[in-house]
Design a protein around this ligand. Sequence first.
Ligand SMILES: Cc1ncc(COP(=O)(O)O)c(C=O)c1O
Length: 383
Amino acid sequence: MTDTLTAFAQGKIDQLAAASLFRTLKPTARLDGVRVERDGRTFVSFSCNDYLGLSHHPEVKAAAKAAVDTYGTGAGASRLITGDHPLLSELETRLARLKGTEAACVFGSGFLANLGLIPTFVGPEDLVLVDELAHACIWAGAKLSGARTLGFRHNEVADLEAKLAEHRARHPKALVATDAVFSMDGDIAPLDAVSRACRARDAWLLVDDAHGLGVVGDGGGTAKLFPDARVDLQMGTLSKAVGGYGAYVCASQPVIDFIKTRTRTVVYTTGLPPANAAAALAALEVMAREPERVAAPIARARRFTAAFNLPPAESAVVPVVLGEAETALAAARDLESKGLLVVPIRPPTVPAGTARLRLAFCSEHTPEHVDRLIEAVRPWMHP
Ligand SMILES: Cc1ncc(COP(=O)(O)O)c(C=O)c1O
């Protein structure tokens, strides 16, 4: 007889499969910045966020290997116990300098960062306003905080202002949270106007620049695109353009000191392995030294958008929205048959009816790779 937990899981799987929404893991070995091997076949991938190819850069790999040889593979404990390797503070100093803040704190991952940060600053009596298309981990952090959490319409500052006007006065503290570059759409939040709306109502602003760092603002991320925006918590990841794993938040010294003593995803979790910090430091070095590498992902993305007379790409991410999940699956299968890996993105990652091919352009894509993609996608753009 099947136990009830297994029966529950099977029932859910059957429902999802019937709606073309069941997802499975497919072992995929990344061979370099853009080539991947799956089922014994090699593909050019347009589904990796390694925008600058740094995960395979010789200097970055050498830095990680040297750190493993010297310090081992793991941090050994939480940072407050024995897991606070000096490379972490070196990385934090580097990130704070890059973002123009007094201090920074690194995290095990971007998901952990947002999950921990939001409940550190707001609680059940407070208000959180989140862009409706912000990443799932921002929503998860808001929910975990117990604060009254409301969405505002995507990139609509007027809606944010209206919601602040209606609700702010009833709560002692308020936090506004948004992606800077939206992970599934590639567009950019109007951070200057968002920050003005926050200032006007004394709301703190958390911005997630996971897809901005290394790609927009000459590599400095959206902080460089909006120098006048006041962002209280500048969060981002080391897992996309930086090519490794981990995340960070940059802020004032007291804010960072408070995070290091109170944020549960810092206090109650093992520190980032030293090799991850060494790799990130080396990657940031390459990024600072090679502006042509930094400029390449958007140039590749714009080659694609120009081919279809779309508005020029704002970031390295370009969505091709196809509608139903089955259509996105069929398009991805078609591209796969042509040697291109573009994983279809379906609900709940994106809203119902907006299943899509999410194209991620990298410095390691050649113009010829992009032209192959353009020809392969063409029948799906003009069916
Ligand atoms: C906008 C955004 N924030 C946070 C994350 C989570 O970061 P990580 O993969 O480091 O957990 C992602 C993607 O993974 C993301 O796209």
